[in-house]
Design a protein around this ligand. Structure first.
Ligand SMILES: Cc1ncc(COP(=O)(O)O)c(C=O)c1O
Length: 354
């Protein structure tokens, strides 16, 4: 079936008790057992499993072509993938341009437990090949990258992996535009906080894989560490998925109009847009002033909601990479173009750019 049809129906079966079209939000911490050790399916305790979360996991798995494990944030999903795949002394290859929080997790938390890493520009495939050693257990890809919107060629990375697993943070692309498992990656990671939830009202994450042992390993960390999404949060992300294809088309239309304006505006340079999604970045000497002057584009971190947001990564989302090889320019502006009328977004930016 077409993606649009799958997005609307993924993970949804009528509730078995009352036939409600949308299954219930199982706001419970535990499940009554008729006898010791007897319970329905996996449902004995809600950190281990919850039907609302299961429905979301089924949906996410269907859309990315694997089995999904849901988490309380994108960072919790990243943490589960890295800690399941790697042990102390192992080596990870990270992109030299990535979400600051992923760098912080590896550099400030996991490095203390013996994880080693190198940052490499993954659009330079020779450099990538040189960075992957016999000790490399994981190649972490982010594409498009945050905030520079570089696109990495996933099959070319897979071809150079040696023995390492390839994980792709596909948050900016969503399964509408990119399904890394179909491109040979081992695991996909999403911050569902962004486009998948789509309404800036929930924080969540997911990891999706096809290999059963890998999925079971991720599920083990999900339960052992306990960074699970609350039932309402799982419900909200699942509801967001049902309009993902419509929203992504509208986000791209907004971005296209904004890019046209930016390309013709004096003082603006290095306009970047991967040609899909609503993420756009550009450079301007008055980056901070622009971000403070827009009205429709709200000055805020995060992205991927129906409303437009603007930020200055160096001062906001990417402070943790300051001083590292992954540092971002101070005059960079990042836009998350929402689904408002493109002409209104263009007018807002026209007024804000001096
Ligand atoms: C590309 C990318 N990956 C992961 C994350 C982390 O997700 P969360 O904020 O849901 O933990 C973010 C957050 O901005 C992101 O932009």
């Amino acid at each position: 079936m077409d993606f649009a049809t799958r997005a609307v129906h993924a993970g949804l079966d009528p509730d078995p008790t009352y036939r409600s079209v949308i299954p219930a939000i199982h706001q419970t911490s535990t499940f009554a057992q008729p006898a010791v050790g007897e319970f329905v399916e996996d449902y004995d305790y809600a950190r281990s499993a919850n039907p609302t979360r299961t429905a979301l996991e089924r949906a996410l798995g269907e859309l990315d072509g694997g089995r999904a494990v849901a988490f309380s944030s994108g960072m919790a999903a990243a943490h589960a993938v890295i800690t399941h795949v790697c042990a102390a002394g192992d080596h990870v290859v990270l992109p030299a341009d990535l979400y600051g929080g992923t760098y912080r997790l590896v550099d400030k938390v996991l490095a203390r437990w013996g994880l080693r890493y190198d940052l490499v520009d993954q659009t330079d495939l020779d450099a990538l090949e040189r960075a992957i050693t016999d000790d490399t257990k994981l190649v972490w890809v982010e594409t498009p990258t945050n905030p520079l919107l570089n696109v990495v060629d996933v099959p070319e990375v897979v071809a150079r992996r040696r023995g390492a697993l390839v994980a792709v943070d596909s948050t900016f692309a969503t399964p509408v535009n990119q399904r890394p498992l179909e491109l040979g990656a081992d695991v996909v990671v999403h911050s569902t906080t962004k486009y998948l939830g789509g309404h800036s009202d929930v924080v969540g994450g997911a990891a999706i894989a096809t290999d059963d042992a890998l999925v079971e390993g991720l599920r083990f960390v999900q339960n052992a560490v306990g960074a699970v999404p609350a039932p309402l949060d799982a419900f909200l992300v699942h509801r967001g998925l049902r309009t993902l294809h419509l929203r992504m088309a509208a986000h791209a239309e907004s971005a296209r109009a904004v890019v046209e304006l930016l390309n013709g505006t004096p003082g603006v340079s290095d306009v970047r847009w991967p040609g899909f999604s609503g993420m756009v970045s550009f450079r301007h000497p008055d980056a901070v002033g622009i971000a403070e002057r827009t009205r429709l584009f709200t000055l805020a971190e995060s992205l991927g909601g129906v409303e437009s947001l603007i930020e200055v990564p160096q001062a906001m989302t990417h402070q943790s990479v300051e001083g590292s090889d992954a540092a971002v320019p101070a005059d960079l502006v990042r836009l998350s173009c929402g689904v408002e009328a493109p002409a209104d977004l263009v007018e807002d930016l026209r007024r804000a750019i001096p």
